[in-house]
Write a protein that binds this ligand. Structure first.
Ligand code: ATP
Length: 510
């Protein structure tokens, strides 16, 4: 299925089956804002649970935090967000559409990469087994020319962004003949900076002093509390603080469903380390985080690291873990070596000492920080797009199935009495009572069993249990597994063990 169609299918599936609804839909929606429905909230909570388990529960030197969304306004001055949390903005005068200048350039590069990949696919077909991709990349004149072009553009982009040279970014867009996808014209405005923070007023006092911001990242709540946590928890470096919470950004363009929203959730962990050890810990967290993604069944082909060309004002190394979304490889998680930038800034602005006394070195220092920052909503979209499949069955019909990792499924077990009479609903409800204390269950007695199975496949329920007339006498039921569709007759007493073996979150660590 072409990727655009696949993306549309994901969006309509998410709505039809209660995962994601457009926000304020009765008023025609609010752009780039979405609500999670009855199944979406379960899936989202399960992703959070797995992240928390992996980051906090299983690391004795990482603890959690839940800081407020509002912070003292000086926080954002110190962090650099008031002055530098900008995106370069450009408008097309004909279509009146607004774009991020860096994204226009990145999309241009992605097109060249697409051409390289086409050449490689063609050559692979032609040479078969004997094909050597590295050699082809290093010798094929077309690929070499295109790679050179990408490198040239990247170098120019890097220089322009590092110097904050908006004119150079504009010139690059014009030189590359980049046109507006809507009007097809090159009639661009100058590039301007646009601050992404939402500001609001605190209390009833007017004026600048009362301007506060909705946090654009959760990290600053961790920095401002790091000594509170360190002292009250008697933490020794290296240690981490993890947090899940909302963040807000007034994104210039937000057209990709829950990929880019103005209100979203982040799962961040700041790891405080001795200065000088950042390279080691940066590599450690890169490896740890990519493993986490793979543990959810996402294959190597759909994940990659992308080193940042343009380092943020606080970083000495940074990369993204990118996922192959239906619209191409895009950032899913950032891993940043933030140096001591944030704590140093807060020390300067707050005039409070934020130093750690290291008993091993017998000295005070401001710790360095490695950060892992993943967008919960982007992770949700990655899991959804990775799991949604259309399967052709033996009888030639199709089924839509959400092959979610079982521990993440919104509903773990559907309880289905074959008919709505003869005591089967009562028996089914008894079984539900024994299972629902441990698992999210769903009871349904309407429609044929086949239709009920299909509905559960579409929301990714790993098990369906059918209660029939024999169940009343032999205390057995039919259990159907989502992926294999195999149905087995099993004693009711064995259900908890069978279900747990597959849906327990522990299985993700195997
Ligand atoms: P992008 O380059 O896509 O704008 P970013 O580099 O600004 O992202 P970070 O500041 O590193 O993003 O934020 C960490 C994570 O938060 C990202 O990897 C992403 O998963 C998530 N995130 C950032 N902005 C948004 C958004 N507008 N909507 C949803 N998730 C977001």
């Amino acid at each position: 299925m072409p990727s655009e169609d696949q993306f549309k299918k994901i969006i309509s599936h998410a709505k039809e089956f209660g995962f994601i609804f457009p926000n304020s839909e009765i008023y025609d929606g609010l752009s780039a804002t979405y609500d999670y429905g009855q199944n979406g909230v379960e899936l989202k909570n399960n992703i959070k649970k797995y992240w928390w388990l992996s980051m906090v529960q299983l690391n004795e030197n990482i603890v959690g935090l839940d800081a407020a969304i509002f912070m003292h306004p000086i926080t954002w001055k110190a962090s650099g967000h008031v002055d530098a949390f900008n995106d370069p903005l450009i408008d097309n005068k004909d279509s009146k559409k607004r774009y991020r200048a860096d994204v226009l350039l990145e999309d241009y590069i992605a097109k060249i990469e697409g051409k390289i990949n086409k050449d490689i696919t063609k050559a692979k077909k032609r040479f078969g087994e004997a094909f050597n991709e590295d050699e082809f990349r290093n010798t094929n004149p077309n690929v070499l020319r295109r790679t050179d072009e990408i490198n040239r553009i990247n170098e120019k982009m890097k220089a322009a962004f590092e110097d904050n040279n908006l004119k150079a970014i504009y010139d690059l867009i014009v030189d590359l003949n980049i046109v507006c996808p809507v009007s097809g014209s090159k009639n661009w405005t100058d590039v301007r900076q646009f601050n992404l923070m939402f500001a609001t007023e605190l209390g009833s006092v007017a004026g600048d002093a009362s301007t506060i911001y909705l946090r654009p990242e959760t990290a600053q709540g961790i920095f401002s509390n790091y000594l509170n946590v360190q002292k009250s928890g008697r933490m020794k470096i290296p240690f981490g603080i993890a947090q899940i919470g909302k963040a807000f950004r007034n994104e210039i363009i937000a057209r990709q469903f829950i990929f880019r929203m103005r209100e979203f959730e982040q799962m961040e962990m700041q790891f405080f380390i001795q200065p000088g050890t950042q390279q080691k810990w940066y590599e450690h967290w890169k490896e740890n985080r990519i493993k986490w993604h793979k543990s959810l069944g996402i294959s190597n082909d759909n994940l990659r690291f992308h080193d940042h060309l343009k380092l943020a004002h606080y970083a000495d190394a940074a990369c993204d873990i990118e996922f192959n979304f239906p619209f191409g490889f895009k950032e899913l998680e950032g891993i940043h070596s933030r140096t001591d930038f944030d704590l140093k800034q807060h020390e300067e602005y707050s005039k409070k000492k934020l130093r750690y006394f290291d008993p091993e070195l017998n000295e005070n220092y401001i710790p360095y920080v490695i950060e892992t920052s993943i967008g919960l909503d982007r992770m949700f979209l990655a899991i959804l797009s990775h799991s949604l499949n259309e399967e052709k069955l033996e009888d030639g019909t199709f089924r839509t199935v959400l092959n979610l990792p079982a521990p993440l499924a919104p509903i773990k077990v559907a309880i289905l009495p074959l008919v709505r009479k003869d005591g089967l609903p009562e028996k089914a409800r008894d079984i539900m009572k024994t299972l629902q204390i441990n698992h999210q269950c769903h009871y349904e007695e309407k429609d044929s069993i086949g239709k009920r199975y299909r509905r559960q496949d579409a929301i990714g329920t790993p098990f369906c249990i059918t209660i029939d007339h024999d169940s009343l006498s032999d205390n057995s039921v039919t259990i159907r597994e989502r992926d294999s569709m195999i149905q087995e007759r099993v004693p009711i007493a064995e259900l908890p063990a069978i279900i747990d073996k597959k849906v327990n979150i522990n299985t993700l660590f195997n």
